[in-house]
Design a binder for this molecule. Structure first.
Ligand code: GLU
Length: 294
């Protein structure tokens, strides 16, 4: 088996919160336990969603929690040429096509019906690029390390957008190209991305790229039963080590790792050393954890 290469890939649309800490921590522990590499990729592929300073804030938060990454930080905003090459390759394979349709036009369909597959309908309008899902129709299958066997019918997935009408690269394309170029063979991330994985598997297949293994983590819910996220204003994590200690302990408990109570006030490096030694993904439950007073 090749050496473990994992990553944490936050979108810098705001500072990290407890939910993102859980994803960062689990992917870190999984990589460190396997004596693997743990990279950091800032997914700033959509600049209007990324306020200035947010990426720096994330780096400071990760440092405060002792989550030190290997190698230089990768930035999606610097990867235009790689994404363009992947799109050109898909186009040459007849697997990508320009599309002028707007959501409004196909709102009565569950997924985009592929009207532009054989030629753009309205050539004067701005166009997005989509992946053809109707060629080589085979169910998309993979085995998630926590959620088990997954199978999706390409007809349900539709023709995913690769490049948006405003010229920005779509998340699905960027993630697949980056994971492959960075040699990522283990993806550990939140279960909110489980339903994105079939498009990523499709794209890996279309581009003949190796598929990483996937472990999707239980989501952390706030008091209100909603997923913790920037949108529902989950509090930002601190960026100093003393303040990080109790939250790190909390995150380990949310990951069902049962950290000893005595470790709660310990320096983060000490907590992490314990957590790497005891990392047991088999303790995770494919249910939703509750962040309570998160
Ligand atoms: N950038 C995505 C997010 O912050 C995560 C992508 C991934 O881990 O594949 O939700």
């Amino acid at each position: 088996m090749s050496a473990y290469r994992g990553r944490f890939a936050p979108t810098p649309s705001g500072p990290l919160h407890l939910g993102s800490l859980v994803a960062a921590l689990a992917s870190f522990l999984d990589a460190r336990r396997a004596r693997g590499r743990w990279g950091l990729r800032i997914e700033d592929v959509d600049p209007p969603r990324c306020p200035p300073g947010a990426a720096d804030a994330i780096l400071r938060q990760l440092e405060a929690f002792g989550l030190h990454w290997d190698g230089p930080v990768a930035w999606q905003s610097e990867r235009h040429d790689a994404y363009a090459a992947a799109l050109a390759r898909l186009e040459a394979l007849g697997l990508a096509y320009p599309c002028s349709c707007s959501r409004r036009q196909w709102r009565d369909h569950p997924v985009y019906p592929g009207w532009c597959r054989d030629g753009v309908r309205e050539p004067d309008k701005p166009r997005a690029w989509r992946l053809r899902s109707d060629l080589g129709l085979r169910p998309v299958r993979w085995e998630d390390r926590l959620f088990g066997p997954q199978a999706f019918d390409p007809a349900e997935l539709g023709d995913v957008v690769l490049r948006r009408k405003d010229g920005l690269w779509a998340y699905q394309l960027a993630v697949v190209v980056d994971d492959a170029d960075q040699g990522i063979n283990e993806v550990v991330r939140g279960a909110d991305l489980l339903d994105n994985t079939p498009w990523q598997r499709q794209l890996q297949h279309a581009l003949s790229l190796p598929a990483p293994r996937y472990l999707h983590l239980p989501l952390i819910l706030g008091d209100d039963g909603q997923k913790l996220s920037k949108q529902n204003l989950a509090p930002a994590l601190p960026d100093t080590e003393p303040e990080a200690r109790p939250l790190l302990h909390r995150a380990l408990a949310l990951l069902d790792q049962a950290p000893p109570a005595a470790l709660a006030g310990a320096p983060v490096d000490e907590q992490l050393a314990w957590a790497i030694d005891h990392w047991a993904p088999s303790r995770l439950r494919p249910a939703l954890a509750r962040g309570e007073d998160a």
